[in-house]
Design a protein. Sequence first.
Length: 221
Amino acid sequence: MINCGLNCFSQDPNPELFQTWYLINVQNSDLEPLFNVLAFQPTIAPTLTISNTFDFTGMGACNTFIGAFTNVDSNSWQPAPFSASELDCGSAINNQFENSYFSFLQSYVGFYQIYPQGSGLLLRMDNLIFGSATFLNYPLKTLDFELQRIAIYPNPAKALIHISTNQLMISKIQILNSLGQNVKTIIDNFEDIDISGLSSAFYTLKIDTELGTTFKKIIKE
């Protein structure tokens, strides 16, 4: 029998995790709203900085926070105690966003993947209640908002889903299960995708476009 403490890892964490990340969107669970950072007016600049000791700091809409991840390996994480300042951010939507973001960072267990994105990197984090957060390692810009405008319908769906791209050129779509595993790859005919062969569950579409990569959740009935 092998005994290990909180910082015993089955696989080495990805060293690219240890830097400052700029939040694009967050949804704490499938029952809560998705918050797109670039849609906020006035603008906000939420961040997450992760050190190589797994401590993290960051900013929400107006409050700062500190915490730590434990049991981090090559694709999963768990949170340790988390604390944040308690300022009123001036509007209900900002306060709701912060509650979702801070709650997500305290998820019991989650999974992460890091992908190339233009000249930088994209960090995708998911938890076990179908919540997610997407970050870039460079400040957000207008092009990132264009990626968020890709629409999927109907959702939930039984057989076919349709994708509205706002004239963005798609190069590939991967359908990922709740563990981040690729269950289907589409390389053409992106407007209509047949999901009838998938089991009923939550999935994530990883959509590679001319502007970079974005992720969209779907439900297969």
